[in-house]
Design a protein around this ligand. Sequence first.
Ligand code: KG4
Length: 353
Amino acid sequence: MIRPLTTQNILAIESSCDETAVALLRGEGDAAQLVADRIASQIDLHARFGGVVPELASRAHMRILPTMVREVMDSAGWVWDDLDAVAVTAGPGLMGALLVGVSFARGLAAAKKIPLLPIHHLEGHLLAAGLDGALPPFPFVSLLVSGGNTLLVRVDGVGHYRLLGQTLDDAAGECFDKCARALGLAYPGGPAIAKAAQRGDGRRFALPRPMLRKPNLNFSFSGLKTAVAYLLRDQPELRNDPQGVADVAAGVEVAIAEVLAVKALAACREHGCRALVIAGGVAANHRLRQELARRCHVVGVGLHLPQGHHCTDNAAMIAYAAWHRLRLGLPIPPRDSWDARARWPIEELTIDD
Ligand code: KG4
């Protein structure tokens, strides 16, 4: 157990997938100030493959991370001796990509003899709303929607997380990406579908709302992807008609937004939570934001939307989660007792009272 300190200068690294990110955060008492926040996306590198290529992702992290850390430190006017702790995403994610950040962080913390905090990537997302305003009062529900995850989590406090529901197959972002590919749209598919959908009629095709009426908080998006595949198989001319593409895109977007919003509000209702936070790349989707805002307004639930660059993968959220852990004196595993973890269930983070 580390003793709570009043001032903490934290350097954080995120390299779990296809973003290399470094942030500096200064915590003083109960306040945290983001000093630097840098993200380098690898989208251009992976676009021609239609998805993230793990080996290329690891190599790109290797190339960019040392320079990025140096530039971020210089931009803030910090020197190595200013650092009190190093935080790093230790999982879940792509193993090779994680190892780049973890190895760098380990080396730095060992050289400077300062604490090293392995942070769960999803804990970063769950708390990220606090970077752009105060965190809502506990307990709140977080809807985490990205390319790899679709989860509903009840956040009872820092280090107290309860998984309420998750996707049984494809994540919402994955469904956007696969439907976009079927329509011949660019990667990543979410923004491409959102753009095409602006001119589309979401009611032209009756696409399914998977699991909408099921009495649980789980999701399933593979049926929606399959419905789009069958629609395009039966009406191949749609792919060559801009209006057809726009209408299918709008149908996909409306279906995903509706399912996510209905389930998120059901989670708030069933768990007596008055606040809902959304996070993850799909949280950037305007239609989803509008749908959530409308439904939250009707039932009096407060909606908390982090800024776009704090919804997607970033290191500021890792620094922020680390700061909370230090501030509260939560246990930090000894440096040699942990490693990067490709799989790491969020429930394992929950500490006993
Ligand atoms: O959290 P994130 O940046 O990274 C990982 O999951 O690794 O999420 C990426 C996902 C992709 O599936 C992408 O298509 C989706 O978020 N996405 C969107 C939008 N922007 C990104 N989906 C729908 N609408 C958007 N505007």
